[in-house]
Design a protein around this ligand. Structure first.
Ligand code: TRP
Ligand code: SF4
Length: 402
């Protein structure tokens, strides 16, 4: 051994619905690459995290968990090479979460950009903020006039004022200080606003820190949006180590260049845009979705030369078609030698060829659900063995009785 630390990978996913190609190339593919390397991997269904935002409707939770398990095994995640498990079956996550709650300053959570972002996204507040910004704009000359001071970078200062006034209004909204028909007029879901104004939602990243550190994870493959959570995990680890002695590593995010997968309409593939191709789609569904895809809008007739660089069909070809054929399609499109109908047929066939082994494995586990659950129950047991050792150490260091 050259003294290098063993790589311990921890990653989770919320069970919120079936996976699409965007998830595959964004997350799953990284996991598949990692499983061929050394070290340990803990990969889990983050069902408690799903509850932080969706605790009011849990009817579909179990179904969503099972679907995620199916999707993972269908993709080829190997239960012998990874510890695959369900978060809520490993109660040690909750115990460590509670103890971390004791040492985490409230402000770290309130200032967490992901917290704000998620809140903004869920409530579609970005638009509202823009409206607020426009509304307060008119007030700014009045404020500056009232101040009777000379301001150096007037434009910059005006921008700061505008931003902060708009923010203050948003904050007032969260604190329930804005009443009347404004919320209704702005189409803001008041129920959701109060629904996520909980202790659990604020504590989301503390739970995530516990998820990672309970296995002393040092590597966390995540998307860019998760970086603030990893940073917070590092801060919690540092604070714990300082208070009670060296215990936890400071985990590093593992970002991989993930191509943004475009959906059938050319925007980023996403369930909410209704433009996704799911890993569980049938061959016919894939063909139909691809047939209806947006192409180069300027190419009306087959004799018009096309522009592959603006065509989402071409963007997907780059993921599913071999490079030599991609080059041919590119040329043929530019010179109007290939029609969009045919081009799409090739793409659909290639996506289906890619999905076929995934479908096969999915079918297998669909008809062997006992085996599916055994894999995740067994994995949860194995995870628990590791997690309980960490907690033993933590309790000792914090002088809790054993
Ligand atoms: N917050 C992550 C997401 O929304 C899911 C998650 C929960 C996670 N716990 C984790 C990811 C621990 C990595 C490590 O995608
Ligand atoms: Fe897009 Fe293919 Fe049509 Fe060219 S031929 S515009 S790449 S669908």
């Amino acid at each position: 051994m050259e003294g290098k630390k063993e790589r311990i990978v921890v990653s989770g996913m919320r069970p919120t619905g079936k996976l699409h190609l965007g998830h595959y190339f964004g997350v799953i593919k990284n996991w598949l690459n990692l499983q061929e390397e050394g070290g340990k991997r803990f990969i889990f269904v983050a069902d408690w995290h799903a509850l932080t935002t969706s605790y009011t409707n849990t009817e579909k939770l179990k179904e969503n968990i099972e679907n995620l398990m199916l999707d993972w095994l269908a993709c080829g995640l190997d239960p012998d090479k990874n510890t695959l498990f369900i978060q809520s079956l490993v109660k040690e996550h909750a115990e460590l979460y509670l103890l971390f709650g004791m040492i985490t300053p409230k402000s770290w959570l309130e200032l967490n950009p992901t917290y704000k972002d998620l809140k903004y996204n869920l409530l579609k507040l970005h638009e509202l903020k823009e409206t607020f910004r426009q509304k307060v704009e008119r007030l700014i000359p009045l404020i500056l006039e009232g101040l009777e001071v000379k301001i150096e970078d007037k434009e910059g200062f005006e921008e700061v004022l505008k931003e902060q006034l708009a923010e203050a209004l948003i904050q007032a909204l969260f604190e329930g200080k804005i009443e009347g028909d404004l919320l209704k007029r702005l189409n803001i879901d008041k129920k959701l606003l109060y629904q996520i104004d909980t202790y659990g939602f604020l504590g989301y990243p503390v739970l995530q820190a516990a998820d990672i550190l309970v296995y002393k994870g040092n590597t966390v493959p995540v998307g860019e949006d998760q970086l603030p959570h990893i940073e917070l995990t590092r801060e919690i680890a540092r604070r714990f180590n300082r208070l009670y002695g060296e215990t936890f590593p400071e985990p590093q995010p593992l970002l991989t260049e993930t191509p943004k997968v475009v959906g059938t309409d050319g925007r980023k593939m996403s369930k909410s845009y209704n433009n996704a191709i799911y890993l569980s789609d049938s061959a016919e569904e894939v063909e139909q979705k691809v047939r209806r895809m947006v192409t180069d809008p300027q190419r009306v007739r087959k004799t018009d030369p096309g522009r592959p660089e603006v065509c989402p069909v071409f963007t997907l070809h780059k993921l599913f078609t071999d490079p030599q054929e991609v080059r041919m399609i590119e040329e043929d499109c530019r010179e109007a030698r290939i029609g969009c109908v045919q081009c799409k047929k090739i793409l659909a066939a290639n996506i289906n060829a890619f999905l076929e082994p995934i479908r096969e494995r999915r079918n297998y586990y669909q008809s062997n659900k006992g085996e599916l659950w055994d894999i995740f129950r067994e994995g949860s047991k194995r995870a628990r063995e590791v997690a309980s050792q960490t907690l033993q150490e933590v309790r000792e260091k914090m002088n809790l009785p054993q």
